[in-house]
Design a protein around this ligand. Structure first.
Ligand SMILES: NC(=O)c1ccc[n+]([C@@H]2O[C@H](COP(=O)([O-])OP(=O)(O)OC[C@H]3O[C@@H](n4cnc5c(N)ncnc54)[C@H](O)[C@@H]3O)[C@@H](O)[C@H]2O)c1
Length: 387
């Protein structure tokens, strides 16, 4: 059996932890996937945080720079869990070194960079993947099945939102996420790209949009070592850093297939710990989803008898392979980490079979085009076309 040798970059962070876990656990759920994976290197720049890495992947080399990992001859796959601004540079170096690349979203800071990455990968015949794991929850495979079977007819409207309150509190500490140098597109590439991945997966390509991006809190206190969700006790002598990328955006869009979209997302939705919803209205029916009921889809059909019409609640279950891999009964709930395990299993299967699986860097490029268009549209206050 082929063993894919992996280096995880940004290993002590949230995604680094989840990805490392997923390589180790996916065979437990998916059995023989034609191959398995071994994490042979973990890269982390923060020396303190790196101290516990040896427990996470025993035997793996612990490195402090991504260049060392890219240069290792025995690495097949470079897994990028670094802050956004490093994605392009690192992915490019890894592809040029002949490595397959799995990169967290957003793939790059601009669509031009994403295009270049997709082209290099294609020229070199390498497998790529972007970490848009949310649509890999099997409930969205069910939604796609219903759409592809024509059960809701032609899609006319896609409405979606994703809101978090990580920055709802104006005193919440500064992170790299609010720094326009480290995360040039802010919430647009961060949370926005998740919503865009649903648009791409369920509806299709966006052809034009108008966006209104905004910053709610202009400055935030710098607190050493602070991360998400921590109670911050300010001592009064903190430095305050400028928030230099968008906190949120409201978007109208048009899809190439004629559907319309209405989308909003933000990181300043006070009280919304994590809200992710979509509604898809077609000529024969509709679908509705909320992450609060993580494996449940609502489906309305005009084909139902008059007087009996209403939304059916469908709990995705073991009839879907990626659900059955984890649980034998519906409504036991697959969550975020399981979506990442499904994603990692697909990454390994892609490499072993040499068959790309959605979302590759091509999709990453489409999503970066939407992000670019949001930045340009909001700056120029006009509709922007996407080629
Ligand atoms: N797919 C998703 O659902 C999802 C969720 C969260 C984050 N993300 C994406 O994943 C990426 C990482 O986010 P995170 O939440 O894990 O961030 P994080 O801040 O928790 O982790 C980043 C890690 O990278 C390390 N690092 C920074 N610069 C480095 C360098 N030059 N060399 C080596 N290590 C370095 C940091 O010390 C930190 O441990 C981001 O691009 C983010 O947008 C995706």
């Amino acid at each position: 059996m082929t063993e894919v040798k992996v280096a995880v970059l940004g290993a002590s962070g949230w995604m680094g932890k989840v990805h490392t876990m997923a390589y180790q656990t996916f065979p437990h759920f998916f059995g023989d996937s034609g191959g398995t994976a071994r994490v042979v290197a973990l890269v982390e720049a923060n020396a303190d945080a790196a101290k516990s890495l040896a427990f996470r992947a025993p035997g793996a080399k612990i490195l402090s720079t991504w260049q060392e990992a890219v240069a290792l001859p025995d690495i097949d796959l470079i897994d990028i869990c670094l802050p956004d601004n490093l994605h392009y540079e690192v992915a490019k170096a890894a592809l040029l070194a002949g490595k397959h690349v799995y990169c967290e979203k957003p793939l790059a800071d601009t669509a031009a960079q994403a295009r270049e990455l997709a082209d290099i990968a294609s020229a070199k015949g390498l497998i790529t993947r972007v970490g848009h794991a949310f649509p890999r929850n099997p409930v969205h495979d069910l939604a796609k099945e219903i759409i592809d079977a024509g059960e809701i007819g032609d899609i006319k409207l896609f409405k979606a939102c994703q809101h978090v309150d990580m920055y709802g509190d104006p005193l919440a500490p500064y992170m790299w996420r609010a720094n326009g140098d480290l995360a040039p597109t802010g919430i647009i590439g961060d949370t926005g790209s998740h919503v865009f991945s649903f648009m791409e997966f369920l509806v299709g390509r966006v052809s034009s949009l108008i966006a209104d991006n905004f910053i709610v809190t202009e400055k935030r206190p710098v607190v050493d070592g602070a991360g998400f969700g921590e109670d911050t006790v300010l001592n009064g002598d903190e430095e305050w850093a400028d928030v230099t990328n968008p906190d949120g955006s409201n978007i109208l869009c048009r899809f190439a297939n004629g559907a319309r979209g209405l989308v909003d997302f933000s990181r300043v939705a006070t009280g919304r710990k994590f809200m992710q919803t979509y509604e898809i209205y077609g000529t024969k029916g509709s679908l509705a989803y909320t992450y609060d009921e993580v494996n449940r889809l609502r489906f309305y059909s005009n084909d139902d008898k008059i007087g009996r019409r209403g939304y059916r609640e469908i709990d995705v279950g073991p009839e879907h392979e990626t659900y059955r891999a984890f649980l034998p009964l519906p409504n036991f709930a697959l969550g975020y980490n399981e979506s990442k395990i499904i994603e990692v299993a697909e990454v390994v299967r892609s490499i072993v079979s040499n068959k790309p699986m959605w979302p590759t860097f091509e999709t990453g490029h489409h999503i970066c085009q939407i992000v670019d268009a949001c930045m340009a549209s909001s700056a120029q206050q006009r509709w922007v076309d996407i080629a």
